[in-house]
Write a protein that binds this ligand. Sequence first.
Ligand code: UDX
Length: 460
Amino acid sequence: MENQKGQVIVVAYPAQGHINPLLQFAKRLASKGVKTTLATTPYTIKSIYAPTVRIETISDGYNQSGFNQAPSLAAYLDSFKTVGSKTLAELILKLNASAGSPPVSCIVYDSLFPWALDVAKEFKIYGAVFLTVSASVCSMFWRVVNRGPSLLMLQETDDDRGLVNMPGLPPLAPSELPSLLSQPESETQSPYLAVILEKFSKLEENDWVFCNSFQELESELLDEMLGLWPLVMVGPMVPSAYLDQQMEGDIAYGASLWEPKADQCMKWLEEKTLKSVVYVSFGSMAEIAAKQVEEIAWGLKASGLNFLWVVKDPEEKLPDEFLESVGQAGLVVPWCNQLEVLGHRSVGCFVTHGGWNSTLEGLSLGVPMVVMPQWSDQPTNAKFVELWGVGVRVKKNEEGIVSRDEIEMCLREVMGGERSGEIKRNALKWREAAKRSVSVGGNSDDNINEFVAKLSMPKE
Ligand code: UDX
């Protein structure tokens, strides 16, 4: 059975927000009888535990600690392209030579690796890109590419309110666009933009374009883009046990680049009452300025609510006075198992940066959100959280800071304010929709089944 379905290599960018959805996709394929290998960098492997998936290395050229060793982001992405292409090709040869396994028939690659499609072509096998952000955000990049690279979104503010109008999307203020589009000249962001634009210029050359989202969530956009671009919704890539305890399978992503304080968090949460805790986390990449961290601290304190806060360097960032005053009401940890925390009955609100995985996790687990976007796709995700009615967005003051008063106000609104009942009802509605999409007969599950069925047919 397994031998008839071919073999898939899933290639993941070595960042937490990329490994999680790609590893989850690899596990879903494996659960459907497809021989699946996850390819990642040598220094990432020790953080992965996924018994149903084979884990193999490819190289980015910096095998000790990757990106941190590289002179710049541009140099890193360049090195990954050269060394990654070579080592991915070697991996295919190695897997093809192993006895008892079907030959590799498809590469599913992270959207930051457009070069992986060339490797698939070289071997005359299927190539599929996996988009780790929302279809709405992807559609914006797609439009930029298809209208000429010089035509960035900001020049499309044809609206006298200064809003950007794009088919299938709500009118957006420039500040609600992905930061890669609203600030394309930024030094740290532009190398990513170059890779992303390259990928969207070659979208049609892929045999599949997978997106970690689901049809019901972005149905207006999908209707609008129908026939224009190839997109297959397969998400949300959240381990199945969190979506439905009756569903078989995963209770974790199986990858954590930092050691989670899992027992400490669970023990602390166990002592709290139903939905009384605010969980605060800004993902794996965002660097929050000390001044902003301080405002969050005092905002949490002023709310009088219990909170569990992930801060990688608490001694450096948090005021001593705050740490001393926290007592039993708060727990600060450097890293946690986010799904386990969000799935705990004591958690009633998620203060998030709006990274796409965190957004999908909050939505899929039915936890109301307060979104404090930092960069990348997060400003757009924050807008959608409000449109889906599952949370609120914070507002910055004139200094570009979210004040303690604003944080306190948003927390009160979501936890017990006038709109909190409606927000909770919407959160439960979307939780059900997420579950439906990945359950047997759901749209995302059907899409994955169709892909699996085609894998056994040779590429023409
Ligand atoms: C990045 C970008 O910032 C994001 O906008 C983009 O959509 C994907 O890549 P990141 O910033 O890390 O990712 O955020 P997010 O997408 O939310 O991913 C973070 C992941 O880390 C989540 O899956 C979350 O469950 C996990 N996490 C976070 C933990 O397991 N423990 C923690 O303490 C914090």
